[in-house]
Design a protein around this ligand. Sequence first.
Ligand code: AHR
Length: 505
Amino acid sequence: MKAKIRYDRYFEIGRVNRRMGGSFVEHLNRCVYGGIYEENHPLSDSEGFREDVKELVKNFKVTLLRYPGGNFVSSYHWKDGIGPRKNRPVRYDLAWGCRETNQVGTDEFARYVRELDAELMMSVNLGTGTPKEAAELVEYCNIEKNTYYSDLRRKNGSEFPYNVKLWCVGNEMDGSWQTGQMDPFAYARAYRETAKMMRRVDPKIELAACGSCSNEPLHESFGKWDRVVLEEAYEWIDYLSLHRYYGFDVVQDLVYPRKETMDDGAWMVHDLDSMIVTIGSLLQYVKGLLRSDHEVYISFDELGILPKKARHSSGIVYDSFTEYDAVLFGGLLCVLLNHADLVKVCCQALLTNENGMFTVFPKGHTIVQPIAFPFKNFADCIGGTVLAQVGEWPQIETDHYGLASCASAACIYFEERKEIRILAANFSAEDSLELEISFGGFTKVSLMEWQELFTENPLEGNSEKCPQKVSPVLRKMGKEKKIVLRPHSWNALTYSVSELWEERT
Ligand code: AHR
């Protein structure tokens, strides 16, 4: 297969926001307890957070963490998770049907995020919580002193406010599985009242409203929910929150049955693009309808792949990703980059264990899952400018959706570093893709580095015995510098720019 692709220095899509390098930490299975946190573990710090996991989070450039849910937040009352740990109640968690010990709560997590030099995206409970409770959490986090909740935070060990800027108002409130599911009018009303009270405490906060939870065909509120919520609460919304999980394993359906196989990977990228285009059009439509000057952006705060299960020697069954999962995930991330004008927040879902980039075992051993590598390449693009792409990809046959583009790519220009990065996934299981790339607006562009994620068998993963089986390698480049993307491969190409067009003319 062959493709001719052109990028131009002057055809900018948008800057890659720092909030794009996000991940998601939910009180769900072993994501918090046994993931980022393990009390009395030799590798844990004085708060109980695993140092080895912190290292991974830093090394893989995670810049933002969304917390504490997810579905969990819809029955979570944040006051249960503050104060002396021994006094915190053990509650029954209505989202996941298990016990919540509340040993990790707002203070521990806010301090954790600060230590990681990341940003906290906090979600508030609109399922069983009240607007007042949400406003009190803003007071607890963001007011310096001399109010009941700010003084309580100081008493609980944090003299300085956390200054949480970004808030999710509820989670997936149109989902039948959500504790306290609402119709869009009820949600918009609750959203407005909550936003009003939260902003009275801190007018500078930015708020994300729940968009519909998925664009899967059986999720009937897709689009309709978003339109009503936007029409009813537009001026109060800064971001519309979107979620999507893709998977190849029919056994791994989350809510709706799925039929997709590995040969549908190319379609998934097209599907994500169409989801964003649809929501982007709605944002424009409502803005026009209301004659508003206000802009609402997309916060893609849950994007995930559904993994397979594997068993560790300790007996723990864990989520394990393959090389092909990583190629697909990289392709999906390119879609978000190519909408950098609209998508300003992104969270890979989730950080540890559950669909996690990092698998954490009780004895101190961790596995970096293959999907973490495209994530890092993506997070490395923060601060760059995404350039538009002109050219056609060859089409390949998918299992259920006819023809789809064989590749997904994004081009990011770093003006200060005089560097261009191209990220590219080839989804074809059998065919290589020869790329002829040309650049407009630059005169001298030379390929400096080519990182490739590829294993002969796309179903290969990283395991206890072979923890680095699927990891990127540097490709040697021939004299001809031809770019041939191997079948089912993920690639990160770095070019140096030694001359801009205007410097020459
Ligand atoms: O990631 C697990 C769950 O998936 C989240 O709690 C929810 O928001 C989504 O449906």
